[in-house]
Ligand binder design. Structure first.
Ligand SMILES: NC(=O)c1ccc[n+]([C@@H]2O[C@H](COP(=O)([O-])OP(=O)(O)OC[C@H]3O[C@@H](n4cnc5c(N)ncnc54)[C@H](OP(=O)(O)O)[C@@H]3O)[C@@H](O)[C@H]2O)c1
Length: 245
């Protein structure tokens, strides 16, 4: 199964991270900076984050706006690593019509927009020696959770799409990241135990460096991995060649 190249390294790489102004995206920026990247294009929708470093290039990018995606793709130059991190959690609405609107929004943010961004950056990424796509998914891709059913549905879709990307682009390392509940604005007020975003970011980067294609970066995520991890990897490998046999 395609994996990150064994000599994978972040040194001198050009990275684009969506939704980098806060939360896990900001933690990933800080962590990747410790590995001497050439540049990090740090995406923000309305206001840049607080991180200042000569290698951080704040980059206005609304992933749901095609003109914003096209403008950024034309401007950033060659990209080695794309991290699709931007996300939104709209809790389950009691009104079915509103719930459908929420589902459409989250399918857009978590599935269609990342795929459109990948398409826009593909020509530049294919020139890279180490093209890598990292999709920040969620452990809820594997198990639906009451109160955020549509969110989980959209993350399951991104999980399936990540497997599909591996099949379609064997020359690109396509990594799925499956965090558990993490202490960011997204989980403000949550009663459950929350992982520290900086610790999760360190685990994500360590997983990238180790050549993992599925990364479970915190204790809750690793609990899910202990149940589904091996079977997911085994099924993916078994079915990858099904129609070509
Ligand atoms: N926190 C958790 O418990 C948890 C668990 C599993 C997975 N995740 C996933 O981890 C990722 C990061 O989440 P987080 O916890 O860091 O959430 P967060 O603190 O709420 O940050 C979400 C980020 O996404 C950006 N964003 C949303 N829609 C966007 C759009 N259309 N274009 C560009 N940027 C957009 C936000 O930008 P603005 O500041 O402009 O709104 C913000 O930077 C998400 O994909 C999330 O689903 C989170």
């Amino acid at each position: 199964m395609p994996s990150v190249q064994p000599d994978f390294d972040l040194r001198d790489r050009s990275v684009l991270i969506t939704g980098a102004n806060r939360g896990l995206g900001a933690a990933l920026c800080k962590t990747i900076l410790q590995y001497s990247p050439k540049i990090i294009h740090a995406g923000f929708r309305s206001a840049p984050g607080e991180l200042k470093d000569p290698r951080i290039q704040w980059c206005q990018l609304d992933i749901q706006a095609p003109e914003s995606v096209a403008e950024v793709a034309a401007r950033v130059g060659d990209i080695d690593i794309l991290i699709n991190n931007a996300g939104v959690l709209l809790p389950t609405a009691t009104d079915p019509a509103q719930e459908l609107i929420n589902l459409r929004t989250m399918m857009d943010v978590h599935l269609y927009a990342p795929l459109c961004l990948i398409d826009a950056l593909l020509p530049s990424m294919q020139r890279s020696q180490h093209p890598t796509i990292v999709n920040i998914i969620s452990m809820s891709a594997f198990v639906n959770v009451a109160g955020c059913e549509a969110y989980c549905t959209s993350k399951s879709a991104l999980h399936a799409a990540t497997q599909g990307l591996r099949l379609k682009h064997p020359n690109i390392a396509c990594i799925g990241v499956y965090p558990g509940p993490t202490a960011t604005d997204m989980t403000a007020g949550s009663p459950v135990a929350l992982a520290d975003p900086m610790q999760s970011a360190r685990q994500i980067v360590a997983g990238m460096m180790a050549g993992e294609t599925s990364i479970f970066p915190d204790p809750a995520a690793r609990d899910v991995e202990s149940v589904v991890g091996a079977s997911i990897r085994a099924l993916e490998a078994r079915f990858a060649t099904l129609l070509s046999e």
